[in-house]
Ligand binder design. Structure first.
Ligand SMILES: [Ca+2]
Ligand SMILES: [Ca+2]
Ligand SMILES: [Ca+2]
Length: 259
């Protein structure tokens, strides 16, 4: 009969995490885990532009409100989902991230789910694995932990595009986004999945209603948002005011390719 120690010596760590998760299925209600770990993709706060390479950080944060308790993770399986016409996945970097034993896209030959069709997947979905150093799970309390940074290149013009984390995906076999805690048997403690939204500067910012021409519809938007922040704050001084009205009037009748 195999002892636990024997198993640890002969089974890859990845398999231990999966085995632990399988074992957890029957005893989840007995677990002491109280908190989930939310995964967020965090992109640039400003506008992106065609040809630019942007960093999208994967962050893991315990949903505990107190900073002195929370949840650790031992391993993360993360399914990325994006529009391959809008952006191209270029790879990942661990610079600035928490220390991990492994942080990678499983190679196409090792990825039994079939999600990773290339070493750096290009078709709009990718499977990423993070594994903590053995015996040293990662704390996600307080501000949370930066797990890894994905690099994307902006391929074409768009208003917005979303890079998200899919809860599940089936190509060859069912894959699930999961966060394994460090306990034995391990539990999946994944919580909310938060996407990154990339935004490009509009070709014609004064066309607030998006009909392709600066006109009465846009004037109505400015007047209805008077004194407030938002897209109608064209000069970015924090409120919609006479400066924005002047800018709109000076572009009256201008058209964009959207018309
Ligand atoms: Ca893929
Ligand atoms: Ca308009
Ligand atoms: Ca303004």
């Amino acid at each position: 009969m195999y002892t636990t120690q024997h198993l640890l010596c002969t089974i890859p760590l990845r398999a231990i995490a999966i085995l632990s998760a399988m074992l957890a299925g029957g005893v989840a209600s007995l677990s002491s885990a109280q908190y989930e770990i939310d995964l967020s993709l965090v992109g640039p706060t400003g506008y992106v532009s065609v040809g630019q390479t942007v960093d999208v950080r994967l962050r893991a944060k315990s949903d505990a409100t107190e900073s002195f308790v929370g949840q650790n993770f031992f391993a993360i399986d993360c399914i990325l989902d994006w529009n391959p016409k809008d952006v191209e996945l270029m790879g990942l970097t661990t610079t600035g991230s928490v220390p991990l034993m492994s942080s990678y896209f499983p190679s196409p030959t090792a990825d039994y789910t079939g999600i990773n069709e290339l070493a750096v997947p290009k078709d709009g979905d990718a499977l990423y694995y993070a594994i903590a150093n053995f015996g040293n799970p990662v704390s996600t309390t307080g501000a949370g932990a930066q797990v890894v940074t994905f690099r994307f290149k902006i391929k074409r013009a768009f208003a917005t595009t979303q890079i998200s984390i899919a809860p599940t995906l089936t190509i060859d076999q069912l894959a699930e986004t999961a966060v394994y805690d460090g306990t034995v048997p391990g539990l999946d403690v994944v919580g909310d999945l938060v996407p990154a939204i990339l935004v490009q500067e509009p070709e014609l910012p004064e066309d607030l209603d998006g009909d392709g021409i600066v006109g009465a519809g846009d004037l109505a938007v400015v007047l209805s948002a008077w004194g407030q922040p938002g897209p109608s704050d064209l000069d970015g001084n924090g409120i919609t005011d006479s400066k924005d009205l002047a800018r709109l009037l000076s572009n009256w009748g201008a058209t964009s390719g959207a018309q």
